[in-house]
Design a protein around this ligand. Structure first.
Ligand code: ATP
Length: 283
């Protein structure tokens, strides 16, 4: 098996000295060309874990390795995409896509920067909107631009924190297909934090479930051999079985005390809400 691009061993995080840890003992790995989905109940620590992996905070314990080497700072080969596209309103689409590429430490000549931005905007279908400004974009376009900004760095690994959760269902599916296509074509890898088990089953090669208190990785499902390559059709019988399995595991490893109603009587056509545990059973 190939060396993981990114791996974590025994990661723990407490936000304050003496506070109970949000998670402990987290081991995970993301391999080249792999899309891994991280799912779990709201508040269990998914974003906090992604923040550690993306270098936005330091762990209380444990180690992060990149290409097998321990790292203190997240390398430039890792890019992060947040739920909020975080665009700079005074910069054009082109300017936002290239933001950061001009940093001196990257040493990128102007022509190379322009080529990267053009390629990234073409990849996400925004080439013809390069001169627009963020207020002239739809939510889906803004999210594609955030993805283009990450792609411009030509990352080996993209960390995504619920990047599509604010989009309508059709745009979300288009973005999911785009993400899988880009990861496969650019031979990179992705770790996707999502509330949405359907999304995890549609786009990922492997699902990790975070849960418990303090949280940890409590379940893992390899999808590639079972469901074939992503993106996948919705609601095939095997996907529905797996969705039930993951939801049951999620319920067993709950973090919070939000009441949960029976999941067994749910019809096959039941549509998961964004937070699968915030279920109010209307007849
Ligand atoms: N900066 C912070 N300071 C203190 N506590 C924090 C901070 N950020 C998050 N937390 C706490 O850490 C826990 C995990 O939060 P986190 O946002 O990582 O969960 P999550 O699984 O991503 O949630 P959601 O799915 O709702 O986004 C929560 O109890 C939260 O209140």
């Amino acid at each position: 098996m190939s060396t993981p691009l990114l791996s974590a061993r025994g990661l723990a995080l407490s936000y304050h000295c003496g506070a109970p840890p949000v998670f402990t003992g987290v081991d995970l790995a993301v391999r080249p060309r792999e899309i891994v989905a991280l799912v779990g109940e709201s508040g269990c620590g998914k974003s906090s874990l992604l923040g550690l992996l993306g270098g936005l905070a330091s762990p209380s314990a444990g180690a992060i390795h990149f290409r097998g080497t321990p790292v203190q700072r997240t390398p430039g080969e890792v890019a992060v995409v947040f739920q909020d596209p975080c665009l700079l309103p005074w910069l054009s689409v082109e300017g936002n896509a290239g933001f950061g590429l001009g940093f001196r430490r990257l040493g990128l000549p102007r022509a190379a920067r322009r080529a990267r931005v053009a390629a990234a905007l073409a990849d996400v279908g925004l080439a013809e909107h390069a001169r627009r400004y963020p207020h002239q974009l739809s939510g889906g376009m803004a999210q594609r631009l955030a993805l283009a900004r990450a792609l411009g760095r030509q990352p080996a690994l993209i960390l995504l924190d619920e990047p599509f959760s604010a989009l309508d269902a059709i745009t979300r599916e288009a973005m999911q297909a785009l993400l899988t296509e880009l990861v496969h074509r650019r031979a990179s890898a992705a770790l996707l934090v999502t509330h949405d088990i359907d999304e995890a089953l549609r786009v990922s090669d492997r699902v990790l479930l975070m849960g418990g208190r303090p949280a940890g990785i409590v379940g893992e499902w390899g999808l590639l051999g079972v469901l074939g390559p992503a993106p996948r059709a919705r609601h095939t019988p095997r996907i529905l079985d797996l969705r039930g399995e993951i939801l049951d595991a999620l319920t067993r490893h709950r973090t919070s005390q939000v009441p949960v109603h029976s999941v067994s009587a749910r019809p096959a056509s039941y549509r998961l809400p964004l937070d699968p545990l915030a279920i109010s059973e209307t007849p």
